[in-house]
Design a protein around this ligand. Structure first.
Ligand code: PGA
Length: 263
């Protein structure tokens, strides 16, 4: 991770369906970075579908992306065991140059039934390969017990990990109700997101003696709201889904982020 920079993590999910689409986004991002001149305060991470990792890694070695962007994956197998049909192991990801791995994304937790225990195992699989887990945490609904939900999810997700291991993670606070794929989704407010981040920080500090950890906000981030989410010091960056998968929209995201960070 590039320290002291706010960063933009793109989660392409299944919205980027071809190498040509991936190239289009990356070329547009590179052109935009070129227009920034010397003021390159942004750090980018791209998490393509597995089948494009190799191609994207090659492109990230070119132009401005070489110094400003890194490769991430959207998931990982539980272990490196050789008989896990259909899975992609940490060893494979490491060999492809992956630095970050998203674990516990709500679409996997809630649509595919991944439990906290499973997320915990995947998180460990990322750490074993010395990659950085981007651990998604977030309540499902805006109900009165949201705080307890967050606390329980944090405890279960990080169960048994040492403070040193947890410090190596980045937490993406992503309230499920704010993610664009959720019917009726609306973005959180920066104030409320910071409040939730503080709840998570408190649990990690009291239960695991973790003094500080990096946080992203995710959930319907777009060109209009990104600057407000990047402003609080508690937020080190954003995890962007829908708006990262279309080149024009993504360049608008980058432009708004760059403007916010420079002002
Ligand atoms: P969204 O997705 O930006 O489309 O809401 C964010 C995410 O799911 O990580």
């Amino acid at each position: 991770m590039f320290m002291n920079k706010k960063f933009i993590v793109s989660n392409w999910k299944t919205a980027v369906v071809s190498v040509a689409q991936a190239e289009g986004i990356l070329d547009s991002a590179n052109d935009f970075l070129d227009s920034l001149g010397e003021r390159k305060e942004l750090s980018l991470v791209f998490c393509p579908p597995f089948i494009f990792l190799e191609e994207v890694e090659k492109i990230l070695g070119t132009g401005h992306l070489e110094h400003m962007a890194e490769l991430g994956a959207q998931d990982i197998a539980l272990s490196d065991a050789p008989a896990q049909a259909g899975e992609i192991s940490g060893e494979m990801l490491g060999r492809l140059g992956v630095r970050y791995v998203i674990v516990g994304h709500s679409e996997r937790r809630w649509k595919l039934g991944e439990s906290d225990e499973l997320v915990n195992k995947k998180l460990r699989a990322v750490l074993i390969h010395e990659m950085v887990p981007i651990v998604c945490i977030g309540e499902r609904e805006q109900t009165d017990d949201w705080k307890k939900f967050l606390e329980d999810q944090v405890l279960a997700t990080f169960a048994g990990l040492t403070a040193d291991e947890i410090k190596k993670c980045i937490i993406a606070y992503e309230p499920v109700w704010a993610i664009s794929s959720t019917p009726g989704a609306k973005p959180d407010t920066p104030e409320s997101a910071v409040g939730s981040i503080q709840v998570i920080e408190h649990v990690l500090s009291v239960q695991y003696s973790v003094p500080s950890i990096q946080f992203l906000y995710g959930g319907s981030v777009d060109p209009a709201n990104i600057s407000s989410f990047l402003k609080p010091t508690e937020v080190n960056g954003v995890l962007v889904g829908r708006a990262s998968a279309e080149k024009g929209e993504f360049v608008r995201v980058l432009a708004a982020a760059a403007k916010a960070h420079m002002s």
